[in-house]
Design a protein around this ligand. Structure first.
Ligand code: HEC
Ligand code: HEC
Ligand code: HEC
Length: 108
């Protein structure tokens, strides 16, 4: 196999591997029991599901708009951060929970 082909195969396997690992971890964005949470998001703590969802607790349903657009409503200063990190493409919930998490700063 030529090195170029080998490189493509390796990179492809890497991407699939990462996606598989995320799926296996079953990373859900649903809220966790509050007694397990180290950090909690302001609007979630206020019980204000309607800030981001169409409905109310406990199953507030769909989002009002794409998650990152929601985030920018209140964290406008992060638009610049995203511009500097095109790979992340403003996908805040890749790393942060919108509700609460077992790590600090709502990190997943
Ligand atoms: C800051 C915005 C925000 C607030 C406030 C918020 N949520 Fe969410 N919620 C999200 C996002 C983003 C997702 C991920 C949805 C997706 O990716 O489809 C989500 C997903 C969920 C899910 C999982 C849905 C599923 O299909 O797995 C549940 C359950 C949920 N939220 C409950 C709540 C409840 C209950 C409240 C209020 C007490 C609340 N949320 C407040 C942003 C928010
Ligand atoms: C309705 C306004 C609102 C929306 C929408 C919102 N946030 Fe927040 N967020 C807050 C407030 C208020 C705080 C707490 C004050 C602060 O740290 O600035 C906060 C804090 C945070 C923190 C820091 C938490 C900590 O423990 O230090 C992160 C991370 C965060 N938000 C991420 C997000 C993400 C990701 C989204 C989109 C899914 C989002 N926010 C949407 C209002 C909002
Ligand atoms: C690649 C992972 C990643 C992505 C994507 C990401 N963040 Fe973060 N974010 C972090 C990490 C790590 C920290 C904690 C940095 C620290 O400890 O000082 C953080 C911290 C924060 C904080 C707290 C800042 C403070 O000073 O306490 C806020 C608010 C926040 N992020 C919002 C967002 C928003 C909004 C988005 C989407 C536009 C976003 N993040 C996307 C990794 C990420």
């Amino acid at each position: 196999m030529e090195w170029r082909q080998r490189f493509v195969v390796l990179v492809g396997a890497g991407i699939l591997g990462a996606a598989g690992a995320a799926a296996a971890a079953g990373r859900s964005l649903a809220p966790i029991p509050q007694d397990q949470a180290v950090s909690t998001h302001g609007p979630f703590e206020m019980g204000d599901c309607g800030t981001c969802h169409v409905g109310a607790a406990p199953h507030p349903g769909k989002l009002l708009k794409a998650a990152s657009d929601l985030c920018f409503d209140c964290h406008e200063d992060f638009k610049g951060v995203v511009a500097k990190h095109p790979k992340v493409k403003g996908n805040c919930t890749l790393c942060h929970s919108p509700h609460n998490s077992k790590k600090k700063k709502l990190l997943l």
